[in-house]
Design a protein around this ligand. Structure first.
Ligand code: NAD
Length: 702
């Protein structure tokens, strides 16, 4: 037997035909694979001495599923559902030997086989929901025929990988080790020859009161939990169809629901984001031959809020850390806080006490720079003041070995300037973590003027080691994330001055799908942080006397946010629930009067446009200046760093979906209607104007 496909092979062993999938790197079920599988199956059927067919993979994983690059093009026959229906209706039994992860279409292929065998450590799943769709090749109809409704719903609605050991209904046999699979596959095939094909579609499912109650309860739960997403409820509907309709009709229903999902902005956004995340890990212009430096030991300067969180990332990854403070007391305090964090995780059952001790044992304290002689990387997280940063970097330059990477976690300061305090600016880089640093996935990797490619490549790799999403950005005030959020915060504050209440503004922003509005976020982060930044950037106020003027007064009155029990909102002791305070609007009214601003009723639409469109405009400026490599990187930063809803794909995707011409028109509208303020702050980015003139989108730049 011989087939033409470069990615599927077939061989015969006695009465068995063995089809092997070999489409590196992930056995994506592309058109070539689908054709190859059908060809191989036909050959096995045409060979009289073959009595059963095994399907397995030549790679270490079985298959990661559909080739999602095909989603945007025309249908390429044969489509996966057709291929799987052919497998299921094959007259010779087909056995899936699942030698590695089977996800999405990969698992649907497994479910279409008559018998299935895998091994204990393996995981499988149906993650389509993360792409805004549902399993569209029979997964929603076959899986519930093998496991109970609730388990099938859990797998399909959450998209989470599931250990094979939890799927005894799916697998006829689960062996201890992958090495036993070949033998087990052959034995299962021999049994299959005597019992014949056993199609999953033949299993009868019946809806009764109990199952209906499961679906009702599940739909309710999903509606509450996945606000803004379209696919999760459709997944429930599809699984329900497996119970309520005959198999063929169920498949048709699944196809219908799949197409419905595919056409939504959510699916476009989630698929955009899938590619965005992958693109973000690539740095243009880095030589493939370039090596990376080993990071086996890390130093952290400053054991405060950020230093402590950053240290935990490394301890979690098994990398030893030396933390440096000038005073023993500050060091003890920092280390004690880290221990408390770990102990809390242990209380919640996320870590064992042994793991807490293992991690703590990786953390050492020091008050002298001589302790940093052998570290491969240092991350500075001291006060946000240039003179302090320079002192630290000059000391690091003297203390650290040649080749050590010297990183700063500064949020706003000029890293080129910091690098000048050393004799090795090529080793200096920004590693900008987000707070809480042990939780937030985003890491802005800031390339300074002289940072070497090797240091950049090492940092991008390091992000993966500590399970962060690293995105390369350039030096400017606030880099990408904070530079854009500044614009949004400014506008929210100005809207309050013009008459919108903080509650209205927060509600509108949450309506977009953000986890919280700008004022709740400000209170949580601490209003003093922005205040201190503003103090060092008087240029904002020179151009705009209204700039965050209410927030300034609040901070000066000690209302610094949640930690003080009062900020823009009030907080009851021990509660994080914001309580509106009329006194804040009184300040806004007084300040508005002083500045000659007439307060008015402001529509939700205006709030949304004025907070989000200037942020997008700033994103366009960032692209124009080359501070971000691509528009989709900005989306990754916003989803992981600021909770921008993934079902909108990030601000730049949201702008594309809204229409750039519309965004531009609204910016121009506010530029002219908001007087001097509008003239100053609403000037459209030349990049945005050009894209609109050429009828292009941000995604066309990627
Ligand atoms: P923090 O005040 O909580 O901690 C700073 C620590 O540095 C303190 O423990 C202090 O004792 C120590 N320190 C000060 N000068 C020192 C020196 N010369 N040598 C050694 N230790 C010294 O501040 P933080 O919030 O952790 O911020 C640290 C840095 O991280 C700043 O640059 C800040 O802009 C940046 N950052 C903060 C956040 C945030 O949300 N807090 C987010 C991202 C980045």
């Amino acid at each position: 037997m011989q087939i033409q496909s470069p990615c599927v092979s077939i061989e015969q062993s006695n009465q068995l035909a063995i089809i092997k999938l070999a489409n590196a790197p992930v056995n994506a079920l592309s058109k070539a694979m689908r054709v190859g599988i059908l060809d191989a199956l036909e050959q096995a059927n045409n060979e009289p001495s073959v009595e059963a067919v095994l399907i397995t993979s030549e790679l270490s994983l079985f298959s990661a599923g559909a080739d999602i690059s095909e989603f945007s093009g025309p249908n390429l026959e044969p489509m996966l559902p057709q291929v799987l229906n052919k497998i299921e209706s094959n007259s010779k039994p087909v056995i899936a030997v699942v030698n590695g992860n089977a996800f999405g279409g990969g698992l649907e292929l497994v479910l279409a086989c008559h018998y299935r065998v895998s091994f204990k450590g393996n995981k499988v799943g149906l993650p389509e929901v993360h792409l805004g769709i549902l399993p569209g090749a029979g997964g929603t109809q076959r899986l519930p025929r093998l496991i109970d409704a609730k388990s099938a719903l859990d797998m399909i609605v959450t998209g989470a990988p599931t250990p094979v050991v939890k799927l005894e209904g799916v697998f006829d046999e689960i062996v201890d080790k992958a090495s036993q699979l070949n033998e087990a596959g052959v034995a299962l095939a021999k049994r299959a020859i005597s019992s014949g094909p056993k199609p999953v579609s033949a299993v009868a499912l019946e809806a009764n009161e109990n199952t209906l109650a499961v679906f009702e309860a599940y739909s309710e739960q999903v509606s509450a939990k996945s606000k803004g997403f379209f696919a999760p409820l459709k997944c429930v509907e599809a699984v329900r169809a497996a119970y309520e309709l005959p198999f063929e009709e169920g498949l048709r229903k699944e196809a219908e629901l799949f197409m419905e999902c595919m056409k939504t902005p959510q699916a476009r956004a989630q698929q955009h984001f899938f590619f965005a995340e992958r693109a973000a890990s690539h740095v243009a212009g880095l030589s493939k031959d370039l090596g990376t430096r080993d990071i086996k030991k890390v130093g952290i300067i400053g054991a405060g809020t950020m230093g402590g969180g950053i240290a935990m990332n490394f301890a979690n990854a098994g990398i030893p850390v030396t933390m440096l403070e000038l005073k023993q007391e500050a060091l003890d305090k920092g280390l004690a806080l880290i221990r408390r964090n770990y102990e809390n995780s242990a209380k919640k059952g996320k870590l064992t006490q042994e793991q807490v001790e293992q991690r703590m044992a990786l953390l050492q304290g020091a008050t002298d720079y001589s302790a940093l002689g052998d570290v491969d990387l240092v991350i500075e997280a001291v006060f946000e003041k240039m003179s302090v940063k320079k002192e630290v970097f000059s000391a690091l330059d003297k203390a650290c070995k040649p080749g050590a990477i010297l990183a700063t976690n500064t949020s706003t300061l000029d890293i080129d300037e910091i690098a000048k305090a050393t004799s090795r600016p090529e080793d200096v880089i920004g590693l900008h973590f987000f707070s809480p640093a042990n939780v937030m996935k985003l890491l802005e990797i800031v390339r300074a003027d002289k940072t070497s490619d090797e240091v950049i490549k090492t940092s991008m790799k390091l992000a993966k080691t500590i399970r962060k999403v690293g995105v390369l950005v350039g030096v400017c005030f606030g880099f990408v994330g904070n530079r854009m959020i500044e614009v949004y915060g400014r506008e929210a504050n100005r809207l309050m001055l013009e008459g919108a209440t903080p509650e209205q503004i927060d509600r509108v922003i949450m309506g977009l799908g953000m986890p919280m509005g700008p004022f709740t976020m400000g209170d949580m982060a601490g209003l003093d942080i922005g205040y201190f930044v503003r103090q060092s950037r008087k240029s904002f106020i020179e151009h705009d006397p209204s700039y965050c003027i209410v927030a300034d007064e609040l901070v000066e009155a000690g209302r610094v946010g949640l930690k003080a029990g009062k900020g823009v909102y009030l907080y009851e002791q021990g509660s994080r629930k914001p309580i509106p305070d009329p006194a804040v609007m009184e300040i806004a009214q007084r300040k508005a009067k002083e500045l000659g601003i007439t307060q008015r009723e402001i529509s939700d639409q205006e709030i949304l446009e004025r907070c989000i469109y200037p942020l997008i405009n700033e994103g366009a400026n960032i692209l124009q200046e080359g501070i971000a490599q691509r528009a989709s990187d900005i989306d990754v930063i916003y989803v992981y760093g600021y909770g921008f809803p993934v079902f909108k794909g990030g601000p730049m995707q949201y702008a594309d979906e809204t229409g750039l011409a519309h965004v531009l028109a609204r910016l121009e509208h506010y530029q002219t209607t908001l007087g001097e303020y509008g003239q100053h702050w609403f000037s459209p980015s030349p990049m945005l104007k050009n894209l609109v003139a050429e009828g292009k989108s941000f995604s066309s730049l990627n």
